[in-house]
Structures are given as structure tokens and as C-alpha cells.
Design a binder for this molecule. Structure first.
Ligand code: ADP
Ligand code: MG
Length: 563
């Protein structure tokens, strides 16, 4: 999880949205190979019918031995082609899945961290990790099966028609009924599958959220309510899964019925022809044993691709639903500003906000409106204001987590973008601690962070003792067992080991801390910001007093500024 997050937020993940993935060409080739394998049955059936005809005419072993060899050779070729086709299809499907996963992960990573309409982590994980796997059977089995079902029956029909038009007609009538019924059923199956996947995603999201909040749920005695909701969700998932299965069974039952009827009618016709009861339906002189047997052997093969298609029919519904779900992660929300093409200049760290306005949604109030601010390079500034006055939003705009709706945010005259991420150190309000080692939590896999600088930053943030006590015991999921002060020190250490940082942004670093720890953190922060620009949002007058300048921010002054 940790490393996936790191990959996803790494530089390469940002940038312009890619084009949609082209359908893999390997799939078409695989389908063609599999179709060829199915068609080999036609010469095999012809040879088999000829051999039986010869035996019936009193032929001996020598008359049919050569034919038997041919049948065996064709059989081997068929197996080889089938295996090769299956493997090609599987490979192509996996390649496609990987491409789609990459697109979706990049799209999720491009969403701004302050976008509250982002898909929940549990849901995104479920869609990208688990549900996306459904795309593989859909592409590797359903797509080739569909191609086969459209090609093989018509070729077989073309072989039967010159021998007996009535047999061809029987098959022709039985065939279109199948796709019509399947389409009707498939249409329902798709809806059912989408509902089932949505239920799975919802259940996963809910479960992850509640597992994270287990301590809250337990301590407030809300276990029963959560369990009830979980039971209801699981129940609904069960119903939806059963609905999908019911439709799958129904579709194969319909197909088997028509296939059996078609083959039986052909068999009856061939039987009567051979008994001499009817000469009707064949072109000249009725059917003999060889041609009759050939037609009879081809009849089940005519339905075979359709049966195969129906066996994988619900792969289609599940696959298309998964495809839709993973593509839905690709929607544009609040985006991170794209990297500008201008080369990153050496940054001194002067920040300028001119007439900046920002709202979180189209119909929500402006979080910031017509805001101006100019911070010199190396200046230390406190943003003071009541909760909800837009401090965190301002920091997010400076950090380039989102773009303002109006005005401009520039750093040394350059618009903020992901190209500047390296220049900005962020000490968030609630630093996320990943499960893993302390060193890993500090370096976060950044390429420009060396192990020496991690050790130095541990020293700098006064984390040595903490690091020693956790030397053998990695940190828990979500920072379990890490105190508020320790978490902030970790955040400061993360910032300290980036030598390129010219700007430090801190969001209420001393909130929720006791006076002593708060003053410790204040000192560390000021040490970190030495020679750098610092903007800190805070309620803490003691922290604000240590800054060069304090900017008071409240809804009134914001509104005044707007007027
Ligand atoms: P502060 O940090 O000063 O407490 P914020 O910048 O967090 O204030 O919030 C400013 C306004 O924007 C508040 O009205 C808040 O409800 C709203 N807001 C903050 N974060 C989000 C978000 N992720 N999605 C929607 N609205 C938000
Ligand atoms: Mg805030």
C-alpha cells in the first residue's frame, strides 16, 4: 500500500491525461488462431465420414489407415493452435488490464488531495485491485469466443449447404433465435453485474472506513449499528450475486434447448434420408452414408462456438461493468495543476497571491475570495484566523494541490505546478504515517533523499529515542501507536531531509499539543525554516509571535477584501 501510494504520487504520475488505451491487436490475432483451430474439425469430419463410408462399402484396414493418420495429424494441429490461441489471448488481456490500471491510478493520483469528491480509498482499491481482474476473462475468453461464434457457424453452414439445403435451413433457423434470446438476457445481466460490482465496491469502502475508525466505534458503543449496516450490505451483495448467477444459468439453459433441438432435427432428417424415406432436401439423388454422416458430424460443431459463447457470456457482463468502473476513475475532478513546460528555475522562495478566489464545488460558497498576499523570499509569515476561514485552503493553493478559480499564485514569478513540488516542504495538520519502518516513512522513497540525510533529519527532529525504541518494531497501519507530537516530528523530518526545499508550509503544527511539546515543535519548525520561506497557519499566538509577520484571516476581512 505504502509503495503503491508513493509510486502513484511520484513525479511521473503527474502530467497531461493520456489518450484512451487502444484495444490490443494481439487479441484479434488470438481470436483468429482459435477460430482456425475450430475450423480444423471440418476436414476431420470429412475424413471420418469418408472412412466410415469406405468401411460400410466393405473396405478393409488398409483402406482407412491413411485416413486415420490424417485425422490424428489434424487433431494435433488443432490442439496446438488452441493452446497457442489461448495463451496469446491471455497475454494480450493482461497487457490491456495493466494499461488500464496504470491509467486509472494516474488519474486518481492527478486528483487534488483536497478534492472531497474523490472516490473513497476502499472503493478505488477495490475497483483497481480486485474488480479490474474481471477484465481478463472478458478479453481473453469472451472476445475470442464472440469472434468464433460469428465466423465458424457461417463457414460450417457454407459446407453443409451444397450437400443438403434443408439441413442448412434447419440450422439457419435455430441459430438466430439464440443470439436474440442471449441479447435479451445479456442486457439484463449487464445491469445486474453493474449493481453487483457497485455493491462490492461500496462494501469494501464501508469496511475499510469502519475498520480505520474501529477505536471510535468501540469507544462510543456504536458496534451494533455498524454490524447491522455491514450485515445489510453483505445481504444485498448476496442478493445481487445470486441475480447475476440466475441470469447466467438461464442463458445457458436457453441455448442448450435450441442447440439440442437443432441437432435433433438434423439427425431425424439424415436418418430418414438414409432409410430412403425421403429424398427431399438434398440436391441430387439424396444423401449417402458419407455425406449424411458428414452433415451429422458438423451439426453439433455448428452450435459449439455458440455454446462456448454462452459459457463465457456472464464474463462479458462482469468485464464490461469492471471496464466501466475502472474508466469511471478517469473522470476529471479537482485536478492538480499540470506541470508547466517551462524549466524549473532555481527558486528563492518568494510567494505572490494576486486576487485569488477558490470554491470547492460549483454551488458551494467561496472558501477564499479576492485574496492578495506577497511573501518575500526567506520571510516567515503566520496566517491567523478562526476555523473555516480558509487557512488550509490557502496553503493548499500555494502548495499546488489545486488551482484557484480566479487570480494567480506564483512562486518567484512562476505559476505553481507539480514542477515545484520538490521546492516545497509540507508539514500537514494530520501527517499520514504509513505502515513500515521509520526511515521508510521519512524518505518516502524519494530519489533525492539519501540514508545519511534521513539520519540527520531524525537528529534534527529529535526523533532519535523514538527511532531506537522502534528499531525492531515497524510503525502500524495509519500510524498506530504514534503520538501526535511524534507524528509532527516525523513530518518535520520528512521536510528536513529534502535539501531542495525553499518553502516550508505548515498547517496548524502545534494544535492539539501540550504547551511543552508545542514549544519544542515551534523551535524545530523555525530551525527547519532557517534560510527558507515559511508560511504557517495557526491558532497559537506563541507560534505566531515568533514569525516576522502575522496576517489575520477571517471571513469578514476576506469579504472586505472582495469588495
Ligand atoms: P481553516 O483551515 O481555516 O479551518 P479551511 O481552508 O479548511 O479553513 O476551510 C475553508 C472552507 O472551505 C470551510 O468552509 C470548509 O468547510 C471548506 N472546505 C475545506 N476543505 C474542503 C473540502 N475538501 N471540500 C469541500 N469544502 C471544504
Ligand atoms: Mg485548517
Amino acid at each position: 500500500m505504502g509503495s503503491a501510494y508513493l509510486d502513484a504520487s511520484g513525479k511521473q504520475a503527474f502530467g497531461k491525461p493520456e489518450k484512451p488505451v487502444p484495444r490490443h491487436r494481439g487479441l484479434r490475432k488470438a481470436a483468429a488462431v482459435q477460430t482456425l483451430a475450430s475450423l480444423i474439425w471440418i476436414p476431420q469430419a470429412a475424413i471420418l465420414a469418408t472412412a466410415v463410408g469406405r468401411i460400410a462399402d466393405g473396405g478393409g484396414f488398409n483402406d482407412v489407415f491413411g485416413l486415420a493418420v490424417y485425422i490424428a495429424l489434424f487433431g494435433i494441429a488443432k490442439s496446438c493452435l488452441e493452446a497457442a490461441g489461448g495463451r496469446m489471448a491471455f497475454r494480450a488481456a493482461r497487457t490491456e488490464l495493466t494499461a488500464r490500471r496504470e491509467l486509472a491510478t494516474a488519474a486518481v493520483a492527478r486528483r487534488s488531495p483536497i478534492d472531497s469528491t474523490r472516490p473513497s480509498s476502499g472503493e478505488a482499491a477495490s475497483v483497481i485491485g480486485e474488480q479490474a481482474e474481471m477484465i481478463v476473462p472478458y478479453l481473453s475468453r469472451f472476445q475470442p469466443a464472440r469472434f468464433k461464434a460469428s465466423a465458424v457457424p457461417s463457414i460450417i453452414l457454407a459446407c453443409i449447404f451444397p450437400i443438403s439445403w434443408i439441413a442448412a435451413l434447419i440450422l439457419l433457423f435455430a441459430m438466430p433465435l439464440i443470439p436474440v434470446f442471449m441479447a435479451l438476457i445479456g442486457w439484463r445481466a449487464q445491469a445486474a453485474s453493474e449493481k453487483q460490482l457497485a455493491a462490492t465496491g461500496g462494501l469494501n469502502g464501508f469496511l475499510l472506513d469502519r475498520l480505520r475508525g474501529m477505536a471510535t466505534i468501540r469507544s462510543l458503543g456504536a458496534v451494533d449499528a455498524t454490524a447491522t449496516r455491514l450485515r445489510a450490505d453483505a445481504e444485498s451483495l448476496k442478493t445481487r450475486t445470486m441475480a447475476v448467477l440466475k441470469i447466467a444459468f438461464l442463458s445457458s439453459a436457453v441455448l442448450e434447448l435450441f442447440a439440442a433441438l437443432g441437432v435433433a432435427l438434423v439427425a431425424v432428417y439424415v436418418g430418414f434420408s438414409l432409410l430412403g424415406e425421403t429424398r427431399f432436401g438434398a440436391w441430387a439423388g439424396g444423401l449417402d452414408l458419407t455425406s449424411g454422416l458428414f452433415v451429422l458430424l458438423l451439426a453439433p460443431a455448428f452450435f459449439e462456438p455458440l455454446r462456448e459463447l454462452s459459457a463465457v457470456w456472464h464474463d462479458r457482463a462482469a468485464g464490461e461493468a469492471a471496464m466501466k468502473a475502472i474508466n469511471a476513475l478517469n473522470v476529471e475532478g479537482l485536478q492538480l495543476p499540470a506541470a508547466s513546460d517551462a524549466p524549473a528555475v532555481a527558486t528563492a522562495g518568494a510567494i505572490r497571491l494576486a486576487n485569488v478566489g477558490f470554491r470547492y464545488g460549483k454551488d458551494s460558497n467561496a472558501a477564499i475570495d479576492g485574496f492578495d498576499l506577497s511573501v518575500r523570499a526567506g520571510e516567515h509569515v503566520a496566517l491567523l484566523g478562526p476555523s473555516g476561514s480558509g487557512k488550509s485552503t490557502l496553503l493548499a493553493l500555494i502548495a499546488g494541490h489545486a488551482t484557484g478559480d480566479t487570480g494567480s499564485v506564483t512562486i518567484d514569478g512562476q505559476p505553481v505546478s507539480s514542477a515545484l513540488h520538490d521546492k516545497i516542504a509540507w508539514v500537514g495538520q494530520k501527517p499520514h504515517i504509513f505502515a513500515g519502518t521509520i526511515a521508510g516513512n521519512i524518505s518516502l522513497g524519494r530519489p533525492n533523499v539519501s540514508m545519511e540525510s534521513v539520519a540527520e533529519s531524525l537528529n534534527f527532529a529529535k526523533l532519535n529515542r523514538f527511532a531506537r525504541s522502534h528499531a525492531r518494531r515497524p510503525l502500524g497501519d495509519g500510524g498506530l501507536g504514534v503520538s501526535g507530537g511524534e507524528a509532527l516530528r516525523l513530518a518535520i523530518a520528512r521536510a528536513a531531509c529534502n535539501p531542495n526545499a525553499r518553502i516550508v508550509l505548515a498547517d496548524e503544527p502545534t494544535a492539539h499539543l501540550d504547551a511543552e511539546t508545542a514549544s519544542d515543535i515551534t523551535e524545530s519548525l523555525i530551525a527547519l525554516a532557517k534560510g527558507r520561506t515559511l508560511v504557517v497557519a495557526t491558532h497559537d499566538p506563541r507560534l505566531a509571535a515568533r514569525m516576522d509577520r502575522t496576517i489575520v484571516l477571517n471571513p469578514e476581512t476576506l469579504r472586505e477584501a472582495a469588495e
